[in-house]
Design a protein around this ligand. Structure first.
Ligand SMILES: Nc1ncnc2c1ncn2[C@@H]1O[C@H](COP(=O)(O)OP(=O)(O)OP(=O)(O)O)[C@@H](O)[C@H]1O
Length: 252
C-alpha cells in the first residue's frame, strides 16, 4: 500500500465537555481528493485544523510525511508542506495589497523577496487574477477574497491542500474556473464543502463525519445534481452519504 501523506490514528478531540471527534482513523494517499462532508458543527473544520496543528488532539496520533507530529516545531514543518484554505477568507488575508498577501507565504518559507513576488504573480496569473495584484485586499468582494485567499495558499506550492469551503461566495462562472484550476493540480486534497456539484466534479472519494466518527460515503452518478439554474453537462454526479441521503439536501 502507498505510504500515506497524512494519517490519523484513533484521534479524539474534546471541546469543553463535548467529544467532537472520537477515535478517528483516516489516511490521505498521494493523488487522493477526499470530499469531507457532514452537517454543520460535525467537526470538519476541526479535523482540518488538527492536521496542521492549529488544534491538538485529546488522544491519538497524527502522522504527516512519514513522521509522528506532536510538538509546535513538528507542525511548523507540516504547515510548510500542507496548505490550509481557511473557511473565512478574512482569517487568511491581512496585508494591505493582494500582492503582499500572496507573497507573504513564500517569503515566510524563506524564499527571497524577488522569488516570493514572482511566485505570487505567477499564482495570481494562473487563477486569472493578474489584474488584482495592486488591489486593496479589504476592499475586495467576498468572492474575490475567496480566490485571493486560495492564491495565498497555492503560492507556497504545498504538497497537500486542505480546502475549507472553497466555493463559498463564488458565482457560477468563477466556481467553474476554480474547479478547472483545482482539477489541473496534482496535489492530494481534502475538500470540505456543502457544494455537492463541486465535490462530485473533483473528489475521488468521500467520507462523512457522523456523531464524531468517519464513515465512507459514496460518489455515484445521478442526474439531479447541478448548480442551481445552470446545469452543466459534467455536473451530473451526485454525492450520497451512506448514512444520510444527500439527495434531499440540494435545492430542487
Ligand atoms: N474553539 C473551538 N475549538 C473546537 N471546537 C469548537 C470551538 N468552538 C466551537 N467548537 C465546536 O466544535 C464543533 C465542530 O465545529 P466545526 O467548525 O469543526 O464543524 P464543521 O463541521 O466545520 O461545521 P460547518 O459545516 O458549520 O462549518 C462545533 O460543535 C463547534 O461548536
Amino acid at each position: 500500500m502507498t505510504t500515506p501523506l497524512i494519517e490519523l490514528q484513533r484521534v479524539r478531540f474534546d471541546y469543553h465537555d463535548r467529544t467532537v471527534l472520537r477515535e478517528l482513523d483516516f489516511r490521505l494517499a498521494p493523488g487522493d481528493r477526499v470530499a469531507l462532508i457532514g452537517s454543520n458543527g460535525a467537526g470538519k473544520t476541526t479535523l482540518l485544523h488538527l492536521l496542521v496543528g492549529l488544534k491538538r488532539p485529546s488522544a491519538g496520533r497524527i502522522l504527516a510525511f512519514g513522521c509522528e507530529r506532536a510538538s509546535e516545531r513538528d507542525f511548523h514543518q507540516v504547515r510548510a508542506r500542507v496548505g490550509l484554505l481557511f473557511q473565512d477568507s478574512d482569517d487568511q488575508l491581512f496585508c494591505p495589497t493582494v500582492l503582499e498577501d500572496v507573497a507573504f507565504g513564500p517569503l515566510n518559507l524563506g524564499r527571497s523577496p524577488e522569488q516570493a513576488r514572482a511566485d505570487a504573480l505567477e499564482t495570481l496569473e494562473h487563477l486569472g487574477l493578474a489584474d488584482f495584484a495592486e488591489r486593496i485586499t479589504y476592499r475586495l468582494s467576498a468572492g474575490e477574497k475567496r480566490l485571493v485567499a486560495l492564491a495565498t495558499v497555492l503560492a507556497m506550492r504545498p504538497e497537500v491542500l486542505l480546502l475549507d469551503e472553497p466555493t463559498n461566495g463564488l458565482d457560477e462562472a468563477t466556481a467553474e474556473r476554480l474547479i478547472a484550476h483545482l482539477d489541473g493540480l496534482e496535489q492530494a486534497m481534502i475538500l470540505v464543502s456543502h457544494d455537492w456539484p463541486f465535490l462530485a466534479r473533483l473528489a475521488t472519494r468521500a467520507v462523512r463525519l457522523v456523531e464524531g466518527r468517519l464513515v465512507d460515503a459514496i460518489l455515484h452518478s445521478h442526474a439531479h445534481a447541478h448548480r442551481h439554474s445552470h446545469p452543466h453537462p459534467h455536473a451530473a454526479d451526485e454525492l450520497t452519504g451512506t448514512h444520510t441521503g444527500l439527495e434531499h439536501r440540494h435545492p430542487h
